[in-house]
Write a protein that binds this ligand. Structure first.
Ligand code: SF4
Ligand code: SF4
Length: 84
């Protein structure tokens, strides 16, 4: 028998990101990291969900983002119950 657990994660659209890093600052758990990459706005430091296991799905990053670059993506994980 399967036990369903749902968890939503932020998804960042780099094309809309102005690299302000406010989302990284507001995250209460440190789930977002900063990575340097050559994105739509050139070579900058962009946010990245490097530590997804720390994300508590609070959506603070989404609401803090001034450009709407973050949306919450629902992921459904199924964990099978162990039968003894
Ligand atoms: S949803 Fe909350 S915990 Fe997850 S990355 Fe965004 S601010 Fe951090
Ligand atoms: S708050 Fe939005 S615009 Fe600023 S770095 Fe995060 S995703 Fe990019």
């Amino acid at each position: 028998m399967a036990n369903k657990k749902s968890h939503s994660y932020p998804s960042i659209t780099l094309a809309d990101c102005i690299a302000c890093l406010m989302c990284v600052d507001v995250c209460p758990t440190g789930a977002l990291d900063i990575v340097t990459r050559n994105g739509a706005r050139g070579f900058r430091r962009y946010p990245c969900l490097s530590f997804a296991d720390k994300c508590v799905s609070c959506a603070a990053c989404k609401f803090e983002c001034p450009t709407g670059a973050i949306f919450m993506k629902q992921e459904v994980a199924e964990a099978a119950e162990e039968e003894m």
